[in-house]
Design a protein around this ligand. Sequence first.
Ligand code: PLP
Length: 389
Amino acid sequence: MIPALLSNYAPANLSFEKGEGAYLFGNDGRRYLDFFAGIAVTSLGHANPAIVEAITDQASKLMHISNLFRIPGQEELAEKLVNATFADAVYFCNSGAEANECGLKMIRKYFSDNGQSERYKVIGFENSFHGRTLATIAAAGQEKLLEGFGPAMDGFSQVAVGDIELVKAAITPETAGIIIEPILGEGGIQVVELEFLRALRALCDEEGLLLMFDEIQTGMGRTGKLFAYEHSGIIPDIMTSAKALGNGFPIGACLAVEKVAKCMIPGTHGSTYGGNPLGTSVANVVVDTMTADGFMDRVAQISGHLKQALHGVVDRYPTVLEELRGVGLHLGLKCKVENSALLDALRKHGTLAVKGGDNVVRLLPPLIIEEEQIREFIAALEAACEELA
Ligand SMILES: *Cc1c(COP(=O)(O)O)cnc(C)c1O
């Protein structure tokens, strides 16, 4: 007999009864400080009162209707995202992978509509993560994602991040676009140089390619800006969001500039649930909260304090920690010990963080953390490092 639940995950033997702000209450009777946030999802904290209110209010009226009718909350959310970003239009779906699927389809459709249907290939980067669908695993190109699932979908290639000459060399007459995470999250909080992002923009302009940013993890305030592209001074043509957009309610979005968005005419793409009244009622609250005066300044400020304290710990435990990486509250500790050993020790000391590639422990606290919680985390981290040193 196999377990009734498919064994595609290997969960820790711990579950939670409830959450409150930056804390989780385990079924083991312990309280945990959450520097994990459901992998950069619950950025406004657990059981956030404004979100609970929006969801209960909307659920009691109308959860779902279908995109065969107008959905005012969805139109409102699209307006807000258009006003807050480079984009001219937004499509809503239910997850990050779906948002990327839409973006990748948009790239192909744009060239098809412009009489260049031979241009459909997309260049991505090694160690990327874009989701688990057939197209998104092909876009990321990592062997561990593709293994066992037959020939990878045609039209994707990868180069190492950081060297613009490698990207130039990978361009062929069939190339249509470039997809990149401004910070490689699953890859271990690998911050892409802003110069490189600017060089990609310039290259796309020169070659007539579309530039797509996967901001599913970096977006919605994680780096101290609503979206990470804002740090670079350039804009992509397409950008995806999900994770923190719904603070735990499943919703994704694909944003695009007009010339691309206008190719998606009725019938070209869709989703049953995407942008339904319940999901968009939640995301409206998330966007309102994050775009309110001072919210992002506070994230940047608290991030400065956390980073300063973390640098101190890295300096004090050079045999355990190698370096601190990241921007805003999208942080990673590159470990000298096994990252899973540090995670276990942190958990023993009542704090949760998340594993990343390249032997990194990702620190993804909710954006609402306070100084008190930083002190608590640092104390737990020091205790963990003391044990591992
Ligand atoms: C999480 C993530 C995805 C996939 O999102 P899902 O909602 O799990 O489909 C895609 N890209 C990046 C950068 C992510 O962090």
